[in-house]
Design a protein around this ligand. Structure first.
Ligand code: GUN
Ligand code: FE
Length: 424
């Protein structure tokens, strides 16, 4: 067993932090054995003690919704709402990923930047293209990081270059599943119908069948924008709500499911999400930039609906899940001002959402409780700690003011992860 010594902070419950000043976390076979305040607590199984001095040791970040092929569009072109934004900026960029050389250039930078910000696990949308999706999966695997990667399925209402037949989509998914569906693998496939407007009923049906046949998780977008929601109602007139439209095709919790956004969620949709255990990927920066609105996070938490945070590059402009906690708190404060019944998020709630709650989608990830995979960040906040702040204030300042330069060491499943290479 290895022991890591530092100021350990994590959340078991959403309402408070666990803090061990100069504590130890014991790690064996990639998993946490336990945390303790003295080395003696670990008996004589200890092979090595690695002392990080006065640094902080926290769980690594999880990004529950991000579009890797929108990397080039990060922080540009945010002057339209969702549907015209997709048509004008997003689809033309994604079409470029038929070129694997371009894909390697962009995807290697994307993976390096996930690493930079300490995001060790993510739920990623690729494009419709098989070769570049395979390349992205290899880049993340070679980096030693974890991800669920979706070859995106779509066959209508985009541009011709992003349309494919249902048979082609199924064949590409099956090729990736044959290569990557190792239950212990860090990088695995996830079934990814883009959203209802992009997928004909046969495509949605095929996606539901693939998820069921291979027991694979599903990710998509839900109730992000009022025009989108009205369009879904026209396209699927039988459905009671947007979530129900997915449900009819076996894409709403029949296997573990992440739905991004959930900004305009009616009560009956929330009921269905609760019953189906659908995880919400809350993407506050995207919801600000594409002027989608404010998601009712407190209602989700009150109902026991699982929530994680997503950067949603390039609707969102920021890949840092630390800053995503800040945006989530700030958006919840605006929501609260409009509806005082919806108490705003606390720091421990935002931290728990980003780490333990999100991480649960990958197994036992996101905490330092016994049996959790050791995904962790060593944070050097010495430049921010100029006047003996308490440990929790140091964490808060790192979340609000820090950046990738404060992350000294990253671990995923017990392995220290070096900076991944970029390619031209
Ligand atoms: N809905 C369908 N596709 C997308 C996308 O690429 N980004 C966002 N934010 N919403 C979507
Ligand atoms: Fe998205």
């Amino acid at each position: 067993m290895k022991l890591y010594k530092a100021n350990i902070i994590f959340t078991r419950e959403k309402d408070h932090f666990e803090v061990l000043e100069h504590g130890y976390v014991g790690v064996e076979g990639g998993r946490v054995v336990r945390v303790a305040t003295s080395a003696e607590a670990f008996g004589d199984e200890v092979e090595e003690v690695i002392d990080y001095g006065d640094r902080l040791l926290i769980p690594a970040m999880n990004d529950m919704h991000v579009h890797a092929p929108q990397y080039r569009n990060q922080a540009i072109s945010m002057d339209l709402e969702l549907l015209p934004w997709l048509m004008n900026y997003t689809f033309p960029e994604e079409a470029k990923f038929s070129d694997t050389r371009y894909a390697k250039r962009m995807y290697s930078r994307f993976v390096r930047d996930l690493w930079r910000f300490g995001t060790m696990r993510s739920a990623v949308f690729a494009t419709i293209h098989l070769e570049s999706t395979r390349l992205l999966m290899r880049l993340i695997r070679d980096a030693g990081m974890g991800a669920l990667v979706g070859k995106v399925d779509m066959d209508r209402n985009a541009i011709d270059a992003l349309h494919e037949s249902v048979d082609e989509a199924v064949a590409k998914n099956e090729a990736l599943i044959a290569e990557w569906n190792d239950p212990n693998g860090l990088v695995r496939p996830i079934i990814t119908p883009r959203f209802i407007p992009s997928c004909t009923p046969p495509m949605l049906r095929a996606c539901g069948s693939l998820a069921k046949k291979y027991g694979l998780p599903v990710q998509s977008h839900l109730s992000e924008n009022p025009s989108e929601i009205a369009w879904v109602q026209e396209l699927e007139p039988e459905s009671r709500n947007y979530g129900d439209a997915y449900d009819r095709y076996g894409l709403f919790g029949q296997t573990p499911t992440i739905m991004a956004h959930c900004v305009h969620t009616p009560d009956d949709e929330l009921d269905l999400m609760t019953r189906r255990n659908v995880m919400v990927a809350h993407c506050p920066t995207s919801n600000l930039n594409v002027s989608s609105g404010m998601a009712p996070i407190r209602s989700f938490l009150n109902r026991g609906v699982k929530v994680g945070l997503g950067s949603d590059i390039s609707g969102g402009h920021d890949l840092s899940i630390m800053r995503m906690m800040v945006y989530a708190i700030q958006v919840s404060k605006m929501y609260y001002r409009r509806d005082p019944g919806q108490r705003f998020l606390t720091l421990s709630e935002a931290f728990w959402i980003a780490t333990k709650s999100a991480g649960s989608f990958f197994g036992r990830v996101g905490s330092f409780e016994p049996g959790y995979e050791f995904d962790a960040l060593v944070v050097d906040d010495s430049d921010l700690n100029h006047d003996n702040y308490s440990l929790l204030h140091r964490l808060e300042r790192f979340i609000y003011l820090g950046d990738d330069r404060n992350i000294a060491v990253r671990f995923c499943r017990g392995q220290q992860i070096p900076e991944p290479p970029v390619f031209d």
